[in-house]
Every structure is written in structure tokens, then in C-alpha cells.
Design a protein around this ligand. Structure first.
Ligand code: UD1
Ligand code: UDP
Length: 368
């Protein structure tokens, strides 16, 4: 089988790594990088450390408004489909690259396979929510990471082609956590941070918050961005932030004492896994990181009013916080009773990759 896979943003590289390895054992995959993320530490690092095959095409679309970025991708992907005539097209998640790939294929009557289907925040102001809804409604096989996602699709009348495969990001964590631990134990994690960022204040195991902020609803509102960083500056432990380039450009003028905040460049996935499992708590507006914190049994505070990953809220492993200085501080400094609780596994058995490959090859049927 000849499959065209579209990737373009950081979390898609991480999801593509296990899939490409498995699928290519017996099939042909043509990999298209839209170029949505292009800095070396937002793109190349993942290809190198996770062994993702070099893309067959890179559209090099770069940054831009939603319309411009999506339109450039759509045009580029359409040409590739016409040229390669694939049997199907695979997209991951909910970025502009996801929507562009799904739309280009659907219009040319090429079957669309959506990995991470069925997620909903029920906040249609989010670009990701728009991308997910539209992609799900034009997909032929929908791979849901959880039963909640299956139920969400059912509420919208999508029941055909829906498969609860489990979560491919859970597979990625299981595959890589031991490699990460071996590489970064005994302080090697901090040595690498200093190598890449210069002198940093000393951080001790389990005595720092790990934070990431990049969601448009937080970064593009100056008052919200101020409140987030103000709260970070007043937390009871240092806050380590591998800063997304989007946010880096926007925090320059914030009138805040950054003494408690340790800003570093974005890091590779293996180091990120280590920083996550070694943190006292994760504070984030990322989708993927909320889950990784949960998988690695690190408590999380999510700086959003909704989460698509509702399973992580059980026993307060993850707690949502409105963007308000005092609320963020209270939630982040809460008592961590969750650490005494066991976790139900709602994200599959770590074999999502194999199930997705099998179903694509069998045209939507799962072997029992
Ligand atoms: C995108 C996705 C978001 C996902 C995130 C993963 C959309 C609408 N959003 O958000 O769902 O969670 O990726 O990280 O698709 N930039 C650089 N270098 C890069 C990439 C981006 O400097 O390599 C800067 C540019 O100023 C750009 C801004 O970051 O305008 C935003 O990038 P963009 O890809 O549009 O959105 P993300 O915020 O990364
Ligand atoms: N991540 C990473 N390095 C970083 C920040 C995040 O490898 O400096 C990983 C993180 O572990 C997770 C993924 O990137 O696997 C999440 O991507 P992001 O937060 O950019 O997007 P989202 O999941 O919100 O779409």
C-alpha cells in the first residue's frame, strides 16, 4: 500500500515516529513535511533523535496567517497527491497541516485517515477545534485515542469508520522513556541545559515546575500572558520554561521580575520526557504535555478553561486553571493527594501504532 502522510508541527513529528517505523516494514509511505515548524529545535531535532525518515517533500510554507498558511499547504499537497496517486492520506492531530492534508485528499476522493480523531474542547474559538471538527467530518477512518473521543464523534453522528485504537503518544512515551532515563539520569539533563543555554540557576530533581505556553488564546492576549508570567514569578519553586518561539516573541515587553523563571530554548523529545518525569509539577497549555505528565505520574496544572483530555482530570492529576494570577498560584501550589492514587489506563495498551497500521492496510477492518 502507498500512503501519503502529512506532518508539519512538533507534536506531529513525535506521533509520526512510531507509525513510520511500523508501517514501512511492509508498505510504502511518502512523507510530506509542510514546513509549518522549521526552526531546528522545532523540527530537525525530532527527525534526528527519533529516527524519523527524511521527508520526501518539504513544502516550506513557514509561518503566516491561518488562511495564507493553510492555502499554501493545500496547494502544495494537492500537487503531490496528483503526482503520487496514493491509496490514502494520513494526518495527525489538529493543526493547520492536518486540515490542509485532509481537505486536499477529500476533494480528490482519496481516503483520509485521521489519527487523534474525536477530541473536542467544545470551544470553537480555538483554531485547533475548528481543524479537528472539519477533519473528522471528511475522514474515512477515524482513530480515536480514548472512548471519550469515540463518544464525541457519535454525538456528531460519526459512527462509521471509527476505531478506538488507543493513544499513539502513549506508545511514544513507552518506547522512549527508558532511553530518556538512561541518557539524562545523574544530572546529565542539567548539563545539557547548560550546554545549550549557557549559565542557569541550579535546578534540583523534583524541585522545579516545568512550564510550556504557546496556545493562541493565551499568548495573543497581553493581559493573559502577563498574568501567566506574573503567577510564575511568584510560585514557590523555580519555573523552567522551554519557550515556544511564538511566546518568545511576545514576552519581551512584559513588565515582570523574571528571577524565579528559567527560560531555555525548546528541547528535544527525549530531554522533554526526562524534564517532565523529573519535575515537581507541569504547568502548561499544551495538549500533548498534559498527557505525558499523566503517563509519567507528574501532577499537572493546565492553564485553560477546557481540556480535550478529560481523563487526566481524575484524582486531580491534572487541574484546570482560569488565567488569573491568584488562581494559577493556588492550583499550582495545591496539595498533591494524587501521588497516593493509582491511575486507570484510559489511553490504550501501548499498541495503538500496530492497530492503526493494521486497520489502514485492511481498509478499516481490525483483526481480532
Ligand atoms: C501550532 C498549532 C497548534 C500546536 C502547535 C504545536 C495550528 C493552528 N496551531 O501552533 O495546534 O499545538 O503548533 O507546537 O496549526 N515559529 C517560529 N519557528 C518555528 C515555528 C513557529 O519562529 O519553527 C513562530 C512564528 O512566529 C509563528 C508562530 O511561532 O508565527 C506560530 O507558529 P504556528 O505554526 O503558526 O502556530 P503554533 O503556535 O506553533
Ligand atoms: N515538546 C518537546 N520539546 C519542548 C516542548 C514540548 O519535545 O521544548 C514535546 C512534548 O513533550 C510533547 C509535544 O512536544 O510531546 C507537545 O507539543 P506542543 O506542546 O508544541 O503541541 P500540542 O501538544 O499542544 O499540540
Amino acid at each position: 500500500m502507498n500512503l501519503l502522510t502529512i506532518i508539519g508541527a512538533r507534536p506531529q513529528f513525535i506521533k509520526a515516529a512510531p507509525f513510520s517505523e511500523e508501517f514501512r516494514k511492509n508498505n510504502i509511505e511518502i512523507l510530506v513535511h509542510t514546513g509549518q515548524h522549521y526552526d531546528a529545535n522545532m523540527s530537525d531535532v525530532f527527525f534526528e533523535e527519533l529516527g524519523i525518515p527524511k521527508p520526501d517533500y518539504n513544502l516550506g510554507v513557514g509561518s503566516g496567517s491561518h488562511g495564507k498558511q493553510t492555502a499554501k499547504m493545500l496547494e502544495g499537497i494537492e500537487k503531490i497527491i496528483l503526482n503520487e496517486k496514493p491509496d490514502g492520506l494520513l494526518v495527525y492531530g489538529d493543526t493547520n497541516s492536518t486540515l490542509a492534508g485532509a481537505l486536499a485528499a477529500s476533494k480528490l476522493h482519496i481516503p483520509v485517515y485521521h489519527v487523534e480523531a474525536g477530541l473536542r474542547s467544545y470551544n470553537k474559538l480555538m483554531p485547533e477545534e475548528q481543524n479537528r471538527i472539519l477533519t473528522d467530518h471528511i475522514s474515512n477512518i477515524l482513530f480515536c485515542p480514548t472512548q471519550t473521543a469515540v463518544n464525541n464523534l457519535s454525538k456528531e453522528g460519526i459512527t462509521s469508520g471509527v476505531i478506538n485504537s488507543g493513544d499513539i503518544m502513549f506508545d511514544a512515551v513507552l518506547r522512549n522513556i527508558n532511553i530518556s532515563n538512561e541518557k539524562y539520569a545523574n544530572g546529565a539533563w542539567f548539563d545539557e541545559l547548560i550546554r545549550d543555554n549557557g549559565t542557569l540557576p541550579k535546578l534540583n530533581d523534583k524541585e522545579y515546575y516545568l512550564a510550556t505556553i504557546h496556545r493562541a488564546e493565551n499568548t495573543d492576549n497581553p493581559e493573559k500572558l502577563f498574568s501567566i508570567f506574573k503567577a510564575f514569578s511568584e510560585l514557590d519553586k523555580p519555573v523552567l520554561i522551554p519557550l515556544h518561539p511564538r511566546t518568545k516573541k511576545l514576552i519581551k515587553d512584559l513588565n515582570i521580575n523574571f528571577k524565579n523563571i528559567v527560560i531555555i530554548k525548546p528541547v528535544g523529545y527525549l530531554l522533554m520526557l526526562y524534564l517532565t518525569s523529573n519535575a515537581y509539577m507541569v504547568v502548561t497549555d499544551s495538549g500533548g504535555l498534559q498527557k505525558e505528565a499523566y503517563f509519567l505520574k507528574t501532577p499537572c496544572t493546565t492553564l485553560r478553561d477546557q481540556t480535550e483530555w478529560v481523563e487526566t482530570l481524575a484524582d486531580e492529576w491534572n487541574v484546570l486553571s482560569h488565567i488569573d494570577i491568584e488562581e494559577i498560584k493556588i492550583k499550582a501550589q495545591r496539595e498533591l493527594a494524587c501521588l497516593q492514587q493509582s491511575q486507570p489506563n484510559s489511553f490504550g495498551d501501548g499498541n495503538a501504532t500496530a492497530k492503526i497500521c493494521e486497520a489502514i492496510i485492511n481498509g478499516g477492518q481490525q483483526n481480532e
